[in-house]
Design a protein around this ligand. Sequence first.
Ligand SMILES: [Zn+2]
Length: 430
Amino acid sequence: MRKIVYCDGVKILYNKNKLNKGTYCEFGINTGSYCDDIWGQAHYMEHLFFSETPTLSHETIQRYSEIHHLNAFTSFNNVRISFDQSSSQIEECFKICSDMMFNSIINEKFLEKERNIIHNEISQRLSRNKKTILELSFSEKLYQSPQFGTIACGTHESLDKITVKDLQEFREKWFCKENFSVLISTNKSLRAVKKLVKKYITKNLKSNKNFEEKTTRNIVLKAPNFLDVIKKETETNSSLKICFVNQEKPQNPTEKLKFNQLQNYASTMLFRHLFRNVREKKSYIYSISKTSVNTKFQKIFGVSFDVENKDIIACIKEIANTIKDLLETGFSQKEFDDYVKEEKLIEDLTVPHPGKALETMDDQATVYGFFWKQKQVDKLFFSHTLEELNNFFRKNFVSNCMYVSILTNADKKEIPTLKQIEKIFETKKD
Ligand SMILES: [Zn+2]
């Protein structure tokens, strides 16, 4: 049984879990890095949950974290804290999480301690991971603010600007009933869950009648074609990333779901197609990987390649030609059948976990309103036809919504210009 109910204004997403005696629960504040006045605030807040409360010392919180498998994360659109424990411990977990979320102490001492940790997190993300560098730069160009991309923790500069007062105000502003949800999968009854929510959650939350859900729907997507060249002398070869930014998603839940599925379908199939027809045939391509940038607005699909500097242009040409051919012919019946067969196999092998039911919810549900996905996925997913898929692919994966980022130390002459790339991808198709 899956249900969405309200309890004193707080949204509960309840899944009756008959598989085992465990409970998996997430407390969500629908406020992520896109709500930050100073980039990194929401994530900083998440760190402070684990600092100290008037009744729980830092050490006690650490111990509870291990016992109850407490976890927390901040994304682009929410801050969540979760526990995963046998249902006999459910009240204790509610009590602890509630204390951590609502009563954590925000003062200079904790601020400074966590600031160092977060500085490290930022450095790690930026220095080690080529993928992150490309993605960050990508969102910066696309949305004219990296804050709307995938990195929630901010930059070294923005982090240093955050004060105790900023975080207190942040909590004041966003922690209200209208902006809070509890996602729970448990063998306990909905009645029992509601009782706990009343006792540990709603009591601590004010109602904010004037609360306006901050949605990003009004943000205009800046989407001209672009080529982004990031010079990095330390690189030994080049990484290139080619992204397709799809048309705007439909808002109607069923249409949106269908769109998401076709996008997944088409992007995975394109990846597989490129793997077989480009990577396996051209030895100068070291690796290919499927990437996606998950933003509030849309899932942006891309492929990344690692090549020698001298092969950048050849690689782009090869990909362009393969995609052009594919736009002519569409995916073949065999590619399609193979894909569906494998997806079904993965589905069958998936091990049930109490949290599994929650994972299958729409990833953007927190802002656009929840709806349960799994049943509809089963029903819809395998009912798309090859023709539908090919039409979707032709409409959404075209060169007029395409972006190329290159992380490289190559000479100017080895790097194509945007004009050259546009010419390479030029196609007679709409
Ligand atoms: Zn962190």
